[in-house]
Design a protein around this ligand. Structure first.
Ligand code: NAD
Length: 359
């Protein structure tokens, strides 16, 4: 079993990573659930596969267990679903000493975490993430949120779980689309911080190989995120490194109204194209974009810019809340494993990208 603890300003919590840990998950969180009211929040898919199993496991530690099942999918990160959760928590007479378990992917984690952070001014919650993306990214770091009709994750807070329990075996049932989507973020970690992880990933040849290495891969990603979050919990400095590929990626997701590209695919395109630009202006060692292309190919991720309409993409980029004046904060890599933050004039960035795409 792999274990690490996350130490932020006001919180400390443990992350446990182990294949099959779901079988005795209760023993790892006993102190939080014993004789408490436990409310499992999950989605329809995860519930169908593992819901009853988790309930059964919890029954060894408490007789008071409830389950709230939301519809699977991003649409559930909404005010409507949040209200349904509050209504159910009230009808179960949940109080501040009870605990929520978020059991699902990033959608469940963000929504249940936000509900936990606001219900009665905050009750404890535990993350049991079930997708690759949620196991390496969204369950750690304390960002919880719902979407607003005007944009994703606009309503949210920073609120840490009491513990994160990661069972890589749960990924067996995840379809390939979501598995490779998660690899977009795994690759990002390797590019900004961990050349060794890149070298491991590039040597993997098939899905069996992936599952042979998955515990280490997840551990390395969690460790990178934990180290960064501990230094910059509120996203004011070094945590921005985690946005490598995201400026272009978010613009691509918005340009296609979140329909054509998954998040992992969009940031894959973002990472490759921004690195071509940074090679042109000598921020990045020549040949690095080729190394990115090689690894994206391996994990079935796209890399070509899907549109020449750079003007329209920049309409979205200009709206990014991380801009300051005419400058934009960008993440580049100097070489594989070495991320760096730099500001660039937005117009200059647009010109460089346009020239690069024509060339
Ligand atoms: N809080 C953060 O720091 C942070 C970071 C990154 C992403 N996010 C958020 O995460 C969300 C995306 O998360 P996601 O990619 O996990 O999507 P998701 O939660 O929608 O899960 C993807 C799909 O996989 C299914 N699923 C989940 N676990 C499964 C399993 N073990 N077997 C079979 N099917 C399973 C789900 O039902 C769903 O259909 C977005 O809303 C994004 O904004 C948050």
């Amino acid at each position: 079993m792999k274990r690490m603890s996350v130490n932020t300003h006001n919180n400390t919590y443990d992350i446990f990573i182990k294949k099959g840990i779901l079988h005795n998950v209760g023993s790892f969180i006993e102190s939080f659930i014993k004789n408490k009211k436990v409310i499992i929040i999950t989605d329809t898919n995860v519930n169908r596969l593992y819901g009853e199993y988790l309930m059964k496991n919890m029954r060894k530690y408490t007789s008071s267990i409830f389950k709230i099942v939301i519809n699977a999918g991003e649409d559930s990160k909404s005010f409507d679903t949040l209200k349904q959760i509050y209504d159910k928590l009230l009808s179960f007479h949940v109080n501040r000493t009870d605990i929520i378990i978020a059991f699902g992917g990033g959608v469940v984690g963000d929504l249940a975490g936000f509900a936990a952070s606001t219900y009665m001014r905050g009750i404890h919650f535990i993350q049991i993430p079930t997708t690759l993306l949620s196991q390496i990214d969204s369950s750690i770091g304390g960002k919880v949120a719902i979407n607003h009709p005007k944009g994703k994750n606009l309503i949210g807070s920073f609120y840490h779980p009491k513990s994160v329990i990661i069972d890589p075996d749960l990924l067996d049932t995840l379809n390939n689309k979501f598995l490779y989507d998660g690899f977009g973020e795994v690759i990002k970690y390797s590019l900004i911080k961990d050349k060794y992880l890149y070298n491991t990933l590039i040597r993997i040849n098939n899905k069996i190989d992936i599952f042979n290495h998955i515990e280490d891969i997840i551990y390395n990603c969690c460790k990178i995120k934990k180290d960064i979050v501990e230094k910059d919990e509120k996203d004011q400095g070094i945590r921005m490194l985690l946005n490598f590929g995201h400026t272009l990626g978010h613009a691509i997701e918005k340009y296609y109204a979140y329909k054509s590209y998954t998040h992992g695919e969009a940031i894959a395109i973002g990472m490759y194209n921004i690195t071509k630009v940074s090679e042109d202006i000598c921020i990045t060692k020549k040949g690095t974009s080729k190394l990115i292309l090689d690894i994206l190919n391996k994990y079935n991720l796209p890399y070509d810019m899907p549109t020449n309409n750079i003007e329209k993409l920049f309409d979205f980029i200009r709206l990014d809340k991380k801009n300051s004046g005419t400058n934009i904060n960008l993440v580049f890599i100097k070489e594989v494993g070495k991320g760096t933050l730099q500001q660039l004039d937005i117009k200059e960035f647009q010109k460089l990208l346009t020239v690069n795409l024509k060339g």
